[in-house]
Design a binder for this molecule. Structure first.
Ligand code: SIN
Length: 541
């Protein structure tokens, strides 16, 4: 692969604001930015293929009569095991009220009972506060409503099937991005006053994930290369219940099934959760996922079961139409049979470190949604807080981006990838094989239960892959693989650094959960080694 020596060889265009990513945070940010200038939204692949679209359970908001934002705040901080940044959690629950009401005004059809909003329950919530749409298709409804609003805004342009390669930097500020047209394979240089990163998570770094194929951590890797700090990367949420069938992907079986009374059973049929936590099936997600893992090991079974047969066929079909239909496609009638389930990587609590207005450590670069780490989720996200986070911090990041005034200097634009060491311009001989091995390595060595030895092995292998990955990848597949390796390495290094167990991060060699000396955050930064964009190192933050 020839190295590109300058940016002038690329076609270019200019906009006021560039939004990368078309999930709930990106769409909400774009709507806000549309009041302030021209907005270009860039998404890879199909614009509807965001994590948001697949969200089943719902959106948590303290709108029920017996609820209050203070209770929602307390539940959020408790689930986050005191590692939440409390000002961010407060903003989430308080501003979330207006953001959800606004969605309703825009036509969001949340499910109702007798004309009133229907609230359901999920683990670690002290009140029924989860709104849903279409039973178990909440994300699709969010995307429908927000896309409808976006289409009405003449100042918002949309560029689908464009993969963001790298962020453009001038005088230490982010001024746009280089993108690849996935169809023509031409590169396009987009310059902007400010950039909002809303690229979602990185579930594809693991062999088992509920995330769609596009969740490859591109935004996190790009931000790291551009000099931004990643925070709390060791905190990966494993959803307790994804469908476990050799013939199916790990399709999400929503926590709201347990919220409505679903029971977890081991292979002997025993209801086991009360042995692990007094809250049983509705303990926090990290606790339930690890309890299932222990039962799987104890009973030598690759899964446990979720039983909803006692809820009644009419209720189950109406309340969970998508889950019912999907399981039936795999020959499981959930009204009559127990569902085989096992944990799967689901959500990144860590990400690009931001302040309360989505500002990253790189001026001009803002981040919102799963790609960002505002600290709102701490060590474990409270169920159904993520759609709310996308709305609340999408707006805040957009307002801050609109107010950002770049310093115009003489320096030319640069691209972190172009600074890399050309001696390393190897190609993987078998990309697919490396991708599979990477996902297996992360699952077995950086998964639900971790140890020093396994993490060290993972770090060594990831470092080796990073040395041999292409320095300037030219296809979407190559770029995704490079990003997966970089993000995987940040997760593994942060997990190795944190020598205690808290929330979603469990070290069997350091099982203590109440060590106050670990009450701080990990920060992954690009190191200035011979190849500046390559390596990361973890520090206490
Ligand atoms: C679910 O429906 O179980 C997922 C909701 C979430 O991740 O918050």
């Amino acid at each position: 692969m020839p190295m590109r020596s300058s940016l002038t060889s690329f076609a270019s265009c200019d906009t006021d604001f560039l939004v990368i990513g078309g999930g709930i945070a990106g769409l909400r940010a774009a709507l806000e930015l549309a009041r302030h200038g021209q907005v270009l939204v860039v998404t890879k692949g199909d614009p509807a293929e965001s994590n948001t679209f697949y969200a089943q359970g719902g959106i948590a908001v303290a709108l029920n009569d017996d609820d209050h934002v203070d209770l929602h705040f307390t539940d959020t901080v408790k689930a986050g095991h005191q590692l939440c940044y409390e000002p961010a959690a407060k903003i989430l629950v308080e501003e979330g009220l207006a953001r959800v009401q606004e969605l309703i005004e825009w036509g969001a059809r949340f499910d109702t009972i007798d004309g009133q909003l229907a609230f359901t329950n999920e683990g670690a919530h002290s009140r029924r506060r989860i709104l849903r749409a279409g039973g178990d298709a909440t994300g699709g409804e969010m995307v429908r409503v927000l896309l409808g609003q976006v289409r009405r805004e003449p100042t918002i342009q949309w560029l689908g099937s464009h993969f963001s390669v790298d962020l453009l930097i001038r005088s230490g500020q982010c001024r746009g991005a280089l993108v690849l047209d996935e169809r023509s394979r031409a590169f396009l240089l987009i310059t902007a006053r400010a950039v909002v990163l809303a690229t979602g998570g990185a579930g594809q770094v693991y062999a088992r994930t509920t995330n769609p194929s596009g969740a490859t951590g591109d935004g996190m890797a790009m931000a790291l290369r551009a000099g931004a700090i990643l925070q709390d990367m060791e905190f990966v949420q494993f959803h307790p219940t994804a469908l476990y069938l050799p013939s199916s992907p790990p399709f999400l079986i929503s926590e709201t099934l347990r919220g409505e009374g679903g029971i977890l059973r081991n292979r002997s049929g025993e209801r086991f959760m009360s042995r692990y936590d007094p809250d049983g099936e509705l303990a926090s997600r990290d606790v339930v996922a690890r309890a299932i893992w222990s039962e799987m090991l104890r009973t030598k079974s690759p899964h446990v079961y979720l039983d909803v047969t006692h809820l009644g066929a009419t209720f189950v079909k109406k309340r969970f139409p998508s889950i019912y239909a999907t399981c039936l496609r795999f020959d499981i009638d959930i009204t009559e049979e127990w569902i085989p389930v096992a944990p799967s990587a689901h959500y990144m609590m860590g990400g690009v470190k931001t302040g309360l207005d989505g500002e990253t450590t790189v001026p001009g670069l803002f981040a919102a949604g799963e790609v960002a780490c505002t600290g709102v989720h701490g060590a474990n996200r409270l169920a159904s807080n993520s759609l709310l986070e996308g709305l609340v911090f999408g707006v805040r990041a957009a307002r801050a981006a609109a107010a950002f005034v770049p310093q115009e200097g003489q320096a030319s634009l640069s691209l972190p990838l172009l600074e890399c060491d050309p001696r390393r311009s190897h190609m993987f001989s078998d990309r697919e094989k490396v991708r599979r091995s990477l996902r297996r390595l992360m699952w077995t060595k950086v998964g639900l239960v971790r140890s020093e030895e396994a993490l060290q092995r993972a770090c060594a292998q990831l470092a080796q892959w990073e040395q041999t990955s292409p320095t300037f990848p030219v296809t979407r597949d190559e770029m995704e693989l490079s990003n997966l390796i970089q993000v995987g390495r940040c997760i593994a290094e942060a997990a190795l650094w944190r020598r205690n167990s808290i929330g979603a991060h469990f070290r069997k060699d350091f099982p203590s959960t109440d060590d106050p000396s670990w009450n701080h955050h990990s920060r992954s930064v690009r190191t200035m080694a011979s190849s500046p964009n390559r390596s990361s190192s973890v520090q206490a933050g």
